[in-house]
Design a protein around this ligand. Structure first.
Ligand code: ADP
Ligand code: MG
Length: 374
């Protein structure tokens, strides 16, 4: 399989997954003159509106995936949990510059953390656990509290159990029989940051400014870019180690923890566009979505410049009610609504980006203007 090719405008980019990430990827691709084909199980997926061909099928529907492959000159994904063997067959038959290996490694938290650790980058102490005794043994070594996470399929904090002490294990049983789990030392966090990087199919990389991420209920709530602490170089050094170990093509984001003593740990890696880099659409010379398309089609990528600091706020289902009026009071807001028909609490329905010279002031105003009912 050829590792890098030029994919000229006019070609069709096939995207596995048609959520908001697929939609925004498609918008970049369309602007650059590509055609877009999308596969998604939801019949009104956001990216249906931004595709020439929309295949409404499950992610494990091999026939449908091959239909996507046959209709596309290049395949990428916005969705990480694609069946491994199926993805491998796609890679054999079609042009998938991201390959299958990295995705498969990152799909499972244990193999992900193992790969990061063996690259020499720092990860939070972790261990595979399959019963309460394992969790206790881990806590005896690393100390309480411990966070137990499903090894696969988790996102936005789903499938996570914060265990403060051995007593907690009795209160909330962990369904070890259902799936694989890992235990992680629960850190007293000072901050969370993330670094978004794009690597072209022939190996050139560009780096976005380090982003600072605020979470609520383990879901991303605000991003501040650039981060209020400058750990750009430290984060880049960690990503460099990881890139020597794992093959990346296109855009990916590395999430980091910073603990109270200033220690930087890699948390996890998303080998696709990431919520914390949505601000790049307005705040940078090219967005993370542009970068992904440029990287995969092997077009030259510019060095990243950020025009202005940015605050990104996510709009979850419950935030939409408040948006109505706020929208009309803020001509300076860049409002993105993904076009999801079902509004659910905690579901990501859209986001707003604000460019500002004073991030502290903008954050404060958001608190009084937009968050007062929370
Ligand atoms: P997901 O795949 O759901 O994003 P993460 O491992 O990134 O899972 O966890 C979601 C959030 O939960 C993190 O961004 C962080 O706020 C919190 N969290 C997860 N693991 C830890 C930990 N070991 N110590 C402290 N906070 C954690
Ligand atoms: Mg995460």
């Amino acid at each position: 399989m050829t590792l890098s090719r030029r994919i000229y405008p006019g070609a069709t980019i096939g995207i596995i997954g048609g959520g908001q990430l697929g939609k925004m990827l498609a918008q970049s691709a369309l602007r650059m003159g590509y055609k877009v084909a999308v596969l998604d199980p939801s019949e009104d997926a956001p990216a249906k509106a931004t595709s020439h061909l929309f295949i409404n099928a499950a992610f494990d529907d091999e026939k449908a995936l091959k239909q996507l492959g046959g209709a596309s000159d290049i395949i990428t994904y916005e969705f990480e949990n694609i069946d491994g063997p199926l993805l491998k067959r796609m890679v054999d038959e079609y042009y998938v510059p991201q390959g299958a290996e990295t995705l498969l490694t990152l799909q499972n938290r244990e193999t992900e953390k193992e790969a990061i650790r063996s690259s020499g980058a720092k990860v939070v102490p972790f261990a595979e656990v399959s019963n309460d005794e394992d969790v206790k043994a881990f806590a005896e070594k690393e100390g309480w509290p411990v966070i137990v996470k499903t090894a696969t399929g988790g996102y936005d904090g789903k499938g996570q159990y914060l265990i403060e002490s051995a007593d907690d294990l009795k209160k909330e049983p962990i369904p070890y029989e259902d799936t694989q789990f890992i235990a992680e030392k629960y850190l007293d966090l000072e901050r969370e940051v993330s670094l978004t990087v794009a690597r072209s199919a022939d190996g050139k990389t560009i780096v976005f400014p380090l982003q600072e991420n605020l979470h609520r209920n383990q879901i991303l709530y605000r991003t501040i870019a650039p981060s209020r602490v400058d750990r750009q170089k430290d984060a880049e050094a960690e990503v460099e180690k990881i890139m020597n170990k794992l093959h990346f093509a296109g855009v990916f984001t590395v999430e980091f923890f910073i603990d109270k003593s200033g220690e930087l740990y890699v948390n996890e890696i998303a080998p696709r566009p990431h919520n914390s880099a949505h601000h790049t659409i307005e705040s940078c010379n090219i967005s993370q979505f542009d970068a992904h398309i440029l990287a995969l089609t092997n077009q030259p990528m510019p060095e990243i410049r950020q025009h202005k600091p940015a605050i990104m706020m996510n709009l979850l289902g419950q935030d939409l009610d408040r948006l109505g009026d706020a929208l009309y009071d803020h001509p300076e807001w860049h409002v993105h609504l993904y076009g999801k028909s079902a509004r659910k609490p905690e579901r990501k329905m859209g986001h707003v980006t604000m460019l500002t010279d004073d991030t502290a002031d903008t954050l404060e105003k958001l608190k009084t203007d937009f968050e007062k009912e929370r």
